[in-house]
Design a binder for this molecule. Structure first.
Ligand code: HEM
Length: 406
């Protein structure tokens, strides 16, 4: 990481809402200190935002994820929306719905994740990873642009039923909608990108209603919640959530995988030699990279988390990046160990909102690891990677790397 700065003496004064913090500090050092000294701590309100609670220990984070009776997702589930006072898709989009509506909507969306359809999506992922990694191993370059940008978007477009010709356009929009590659990117640009994604799906829905096909958009268009068909707005919000949920997270985990393998040559040798199974390795990559740093909730009543009692209506942020390095749960948590057993990381969350795309996310990372071990015998970084500018996403947006072909 470029220009890592020292943490302040009192760690609780750090502003975790500010993306700048994550770019210039070692967050893992911060979490280690917070888990030990202030496992649940309060960040004071800023000029233009309310204060919020942060939860850093694995057991506490897991307990809050599980409890959708005393904690709601309907007032937002990421810092940006939680601190802005809500999410405009509340009650309509899966991730920001609760209770019976959430359960019914999840069942509608699960139709797009049937084992048969998932299998066909996974086969495409393997083909795509194999072809792209073969190319990049021969030519080298930026792994993010040459490989990682293409696989998740290709996968989600297939899942949704989006034509291949529209992928590049959607990718440009998703990159500005969530994280950003540039520190000077504005929130207005992000809002504009989000709106354009919604408009895109509105157009697509119109076409799909006329000629129904397989895929998530079709499943949503045919679905019903509360005894009535989904509205156009609900359909479009949930398409958006699949793109936003599945693109950048998967992308960051595969970029992070290559980065970690280059930095840990002994682990790369294990993988290459087939001494560690792909599934086990995938879980360690997911724990190590934790692409979604946090999710959040709002308390519906007074709750006690660890040593703190928190009033109703409070914003509570669950730091996955901290929970996944909790020394109470993971032995030697700061080591990247591809053979790590019983790896119960929280990278995909936990409980009722557990990631609906987890199997796809795993398949994508697994396809990349398998293609790397088939096509490359060695890999090394050829420049500094560039960290995304975000308080939500974790990882690198560029990764210059050179491979030795197998
Ligand atoms: C939910 C992470 C891949 C779609 C979640 C949650 C996490 C997460 C932590 C829980 C959110 C909460 O509790 O508020 C990840 C990571 C991924 C990934 C790290 C990749 C490595 C995907 C993919 C898709 C997807 C590929 C879609 C194809 C969703 C959706 C939800 C969700 C729609 C909401 C589920 C619900 O509220 O019931 N994801 N995800 N994710 N994810 Fe993923």
């Amino acid at each position: 990481m470029n220009g890592v700065r020292e943490l302040p003496e009192d760690c609780t004064t750090v502003d975790l809402a500010d993306p700048w913090f994550f770019r210039h500090h070692d967050q893992y050092e911060l979490w280690r200190r917070l888990r030990a000294e202030h496992p649940v701590f309060w960040t004071e309100p800023g000029e233009d935002r309310p204060g919020f609670w942060s939860v850093t220990r694995f057991e506490d984070v897991q307990r809050v994820y599980r409890d959708n009776r005393r904690f709601t997702s309907e007032r937002g589930n990421v810092l940006t929306t939680l601190l802005a006072g809500g999410d405009s898709a509340a009650g309509m989009m899966l991730a920001v719905s609760d209770g019976e509506r959430h359960r019914e909507l999840r069942n509608v969306m699960l139709k797009a994740f049937s084992p048969r359809f998932l299998r066909s999506v996974e086969l495409r992922v393997r083909d795509m990873a194999d072809r792209l990694i073969h190319q990049v191993v021969d030519g080298g370059g930026d792994f993010a642009a040459e490989v990682a940008e293409k696989i998740p978007m290709g996968t989600i477009c297939h899942l949704l039923g989006v034509p291949e010709s529209d992928q590049a356009y959607l990718l440009t929009l998703t990159k500005s909608a969530l994280s950003s590659e540039h520190e000077d990117a504005t929130e207005e640009a992000a809002v504009r990108a989000r709106n354009e994604i919604l408009l895109y799906f509105l157009d697509l829905l119109d076409g799909i209603r006329k000629t129904p096909r397989e895929g998530a958009i079709a499943a949503l268009a045919d679905g019903a919640v509360g005894g009535r068909p989904l509205t156009e707005e609900e359909i479009v919000f949930n398409c958006y959530s699949l793109v936003i949920g599945g693109d950048e997270t998967s992308r960051l985990s595969m970029i992070g995988a290559v980065h970690a393998l280059a930095e840990h040559p002994e682990q790369w040798r294990l993988l290459r030699a087939g001494e560690v199974g792909t599934d086990t390795a995938v879980d360690e990559v997911l724990r190590w990279t934790t692409p979604a740093m946090h999710f959040g909730r709002t308390t519906l009543e007074e709750v006690t988390i660890g040593p703190r009692t928190i009033g109703p209506g409070s914003v509570v942020v669950l730091w996955n990046t901290s929970a996944n390095r909790d020394e109470e749960v993971f032995e030697e948590p700061d080591r990247f160990l591809l053979s790590r057993a019983a790896n119960r990381h929280l990278t995909f969350g936990y409980g009722p909102h557990f990631c609906i795309g987890a199997q796809l996310g795993r398949a994508e990372v697994g396809a990349v690891l398998d293609a790397l071990r088939t096509h490359a015998s060695a890999l090394e970084l050829t420049g500094e990677p560039h960290r995304v500018h975000s308080n939500f996403l974790n990882g690198f947006s560029t990764l210059p790397v050179a491979f030795t072909p197998a």
